[in-house]
Design a protein around this ligand. Structure first.
Ligand SMILES: NC(=O)c1ccc[n+]([C@@H]2O[C@H](COP(=O)([O-])OP(=O)(O)OC[C@H]3O[C@@H](n4cnc5c(N)ncnc54)[C@H](OP(=O)(O)O)[C@@H]3O)[C@@H](O)[C@H]2O)c1
Length: 287
C-alpha cells in the first residue's frame, strides 16, 4: 500500500494520476488535510486519510498499514519538525521505504537565499538517511510551470522584467517529475538512492529572452531591475503581498545560482527524453 502525502497539491496530483496508469486505485492511499480536499481523489476510488504534518497524532493514524510512503515536502517555517513527525511515525509503523521530495541544491552556493527551506531540505534528508529506513530522495529542480507566474504569459509583447540578474537555473515540468516519482513508487528497488529531478541544461533569463525572440520573430528584451523597484512595481500592479514576496524570493535564488543544477536522472527515471525548456517556452508563450 502506497501513501501519498500532499495528495491534493500539484505534484501530489501529478504523482497520483501517473500511479493510476500503473497500479489500481485500491493500492493507493492519499493523505490530505481535509475531507473537502480529498473529494476528487475519493471519486477516483482512492482511500483518503486526513493528516497534517504538524499534528503527529494524525500522521500516526494515517501511516498505519503502509509499505511505501511518499513525503511531499511542506514549506512552513518549521518544515523540518513537521517532516520529522512523518518520518518518525513511518518508522514506528513499520513502513518499509520512505520517498521524500526535497529540493535540488547547487553545492557551490554557500549562502542560500532560500534560507530555512534549504536547511529543511538538507536536515530532512540527513534525518531520513540516518533513520534506518530504506529511502529514496528526489532533489527536485524548479518547475517550468512557475515561469509564467514570474514573467507573465505576454512576455513576447512585454519583454521580461525579473530581478534574476545573470543567474542560471534548470527547469523541468512538474508533470514529468510526477511521472518519474510514480515510476519509482510503482516498482521495487531504488533503495537508498538520491535522484536529482532537474533539467539537463541551465538557462539565464537573457538566454530565455533570446529563445523567445527567435521563436516569436519579435525582439523580447530582458531587464533585471533592482529587487526593491521590482517589488514596488508589482505592488502597483495590485499583486498580493505574498506573491510579491514569493516572486522576489525566486528571483533572488535564481540570481544566486542556487538552482543551477543539471542531471540526467529525470530522463533516466522517465525512460524517455524530458521536455526541453525550449519546447516548454514555445508551447507556453508562442503557440
Ligand atoms: N521545485 C519547485 O519549483 C517548487 C516550487 C514551489 C514549491 N515547491 C516545494 O514542493 C512541494 C510540492 O510542490 P507542489 O507544487 O505540489 O505544491 P502545492 O501545490 O502547494 O502542494 C503542496 C501540498 O502539500 C500539502 N501540505 C503542505 N503543508 C502540509 C502539512 N503541514 N501537512 C499536510 N500536508 C501539507 C498541501 O496541503 P493543502 O492542499 O491542504 O494545502 C498541498 O497538498 C511544495 O510543498 C514545496 O515544498 C517546489
Amino acid at each position: 500500500m502506497i501513501l501519498v502525502t500532499g495528495a491534493a497539491g500539484q505534484l501530489g496530483t501529478a504523482v497520483i494520476n501517473q500511479l493510476l496508469t500503473k497500479i489500481s486505485a485500491g493500492q493507493i492511499i492519499a493523505m490530505v488535510r481535509s475531507e473537502e480536499k480529498g473529494k476528487s481523489l475519493k471519486a477516483k476510488g482512492i482511500e483518503i486519510r486526513i493528516g497534517d504534518y504538524a499534528d503527529k497524532a494524525s500522521i500516526e493514524k494515517a501511516v498505519q498499514g503502509i509499505t511505501k510512503l511518499l513525503l511531499i515536502s511542506g514549506s512552513s517555517d518549521d518544515a523540518f519538525t513537521e517532516h520529522k513527525n512523518v518520518i518518525d511515525s513511518a518508522k514506528d509503523a513499520g513502513v518499509s521505504q520512505i520517498y521524500y521530495t526535497s529540493g535540488a541544491r547547487n553545492e557551490d552556493v554557500t549562502e542560500s537565499k532560500l534560507g530555512p527551506l534549504t536547511e529543511a531540505y538538507s536536515t530532512t534528508e540527513n534525518y531520513i538517511i540516518t533513520s534506518g529506513l530504506s529511502y529514496t530522495i528526489f532533489q527536485n529542480g524548479l518547475y517550468a510551470e512557475t515561469l509564467p507566474f514570474f514573467i507573465g504569459y505576454d512576455v513576447v509583447n512585454t519583454g521580461i522584467s525579473f530581478p534574476a540578474g545573470d543567474g542560471e537555473a534548470s527547469f523541468a515540468k512538474r508533470e514529468e517529475m510526477g511521472k518519474a516519482i510514480a515510476n519509482v513508487l510503482a516498482n521495487d528497488g531504488h533503495q537508498n538512492k538520491i535522484y536529482k529531478l532537474t533539467g539537463i541544461l541551465s538557462y539565464s533569463f537573457s538566454e530565455i529572452a533570446k529563445l523567445l525572440s527567435e521563436f516569436s520573430g519579435k525582439k523580447v528584451a530582458y531587464q533585471s531591475p533592482e529587487p526593491k523597484d521590482y517589488e514596488i512595481k508589482l505592488k502597483e500592479y495590485g499583486v498580493s503581498e505574498i506573491d510579491v514576496w514569493y516572486s522576489s524570493l525566486l528571483a533572488s535564488i535564481i540570481r544566486n545560482d542556487e538552482y543551477n543544477v543539471v542531471s540526467p536522472d529525470l530522463e533516466e527515471l522517465l525512460g524517455h527524453r524530458a521536455t526541453d525548456l525550449e519546447i516548454y517556452l514555445e508551447d507556453t508563450f508562442i503557440n
